[in-house]
Design a protein around this ligand. Structure first.
Ligand code: FAD
Length: 312
């Protein structure tokens, strides 16, 4: 619904800040921790259809300091809010990291959101603000994130502006591939795919115990891959599985690919799939994190050498 300033309608920004409470913290497997958020503000959280690969931006405090969330006191943001946030001083600014809405439920008076955080192994120096927060948080804590404002959406709002990138544009034979950071997104997408969609989904996780329950009514064949607890290099099995699906005799070409993983692995898969005839511009290739850089995605800040995480 548009806001009115005098007689001039103001279009609200499609995303806003939500203040929530941690309702539950539950380990799903050795490397996945599900954190459930709730609170009255979440009544306004959402997109018109299924959440698919919907991302939110967690606003994480600098340890020991209060967070100053961006936007107005009631959470409204305006275009350019991220640049404004970058100009704020630390420690109040804190950190922003992207995560996926694994589930959105509207069963009680307030909605609930599940987010599955990857817990990395190794010494604390290998953590970042996101993984450290997920490791230490407990029920009852306050949390802030930027996500889609359901009340600000109109039919004209493009889904990417709300945080959804899955867009097969009518493709019927699809490829989904990702590491553990993309397991929540791929799982949510598969849950809502219609029966007549076929293809392959490859999910690479650290170890067999990280294979999670996943349902799909589609014809997509789901294949879990694992790195044997660190004995197999990251991305190797994912690359081999994609390659096998491409070169298998009699295979049907993929019309659309959705790939989310470590940035180097995504770059390599993009190049390989483009070489196999897929148009990368109409597919979705997204670095979910970069080895040796802090910050979600491909544009992180280099971490000082000696503090890089292990490859598992
Ligand atoms: C659209 C999108 C959706 C995402 N959804 C999820 C999600 O649902 N769950 C989830 O857990 N992550 C998700 N991610 C990935 C997550 O944002 C990154 O892993 C992020 O770097 C975590 O922040 P951090 O503060 O823990 O580490 P950072 O401060 O960003 O990084 C610190 C160090 O850890 C390394 N590092 C970062 N991530 C990993 C990793 N997964 N494994 C090993 N080393 C790592 C970095 O290379 C760096 O050296 C998503 C990313 C994007 C772009």
């Amino acid at each position: 619904m548009p806001l009115m300033a005098g007689s001039t309608p103001l279009t609200r920004h499609p995303v806003r800040v939500f203040e929530a409470r941690v309702a539950e913290v539950r380990n799903l497997s050795p490397h996945f921790r599900r954190i459930t958020f709730t609170g009255p503000s979440l009544r306004a959280f959402g997109v018109p259809g299924p959440t698919l690969d919907l991302r939110i931006k967690m606003l994480l405090p600098t340890p020991g300091h209060a967070l100053r969330p961006p936007g107005t006191p009631n959470g409204y943001l305006r275009p350019g809010w991220y640049q404004d946030w970058l100009r704020q001083e630390q420690p109040g600014r804190g950190f922003i990291r992207s995560y996926t809405v694994r589930a959105l439920r509207r069963t009680g008076p307030d909605a609930e959101i599940d987010v599955d955080f990857v817990l990395r192994e190794g010494p604390r120096s290998h953590s970042g603000p996101g993984s450290s927060w997920a490791r230490e948080v407990s029920a009852g804590r306050r949390a802030w994130f930027v996500g889609p404002d359901a009340t600000a959406h109109t039919d004209a709002t493009p889904l990417p502006e709300s945080g959804i990138n899955w867009n097969p544009r009518g493709a019927r034979h699809v490829l989904l591939a990702g590491d553990e950071t993309a397991v929540p997104a791929i799982s949510s997408i598969l849950e809502t795919l219609p029966t007549d969609i076929t293809g392959h989904a490859f999910l690479e996780v650290p170890e067999p115990a990280d294979i999670l329950p996943l349902t799909t009514g589609s014809g997509v064949q789901v294949v879990w891959l694992h790195r044997g607890g660190g004995t197999v290099p990251r991305g190797l099995r994912l690359r081999a599985a994609v390659e096998q699906a491409i070169i298998a005799p009699g295979r049907e070409p993929f019309e659309y690919a959705w790939v989310g993983a470590e940035a180097g692995s995504v770059k390599d898969l993009r190049r390989y799939l483009a070489g196999s005839g897929l148009n990368p511009r109409t597919s979705e290739f997204r670095g979910y994190w970069s080895m040796g850089k802090s910050g979600s995605g491909t544009n992180g800040i280099p971490v000082p050498s000696g503090l890089e995480p292990r490859g598992d």
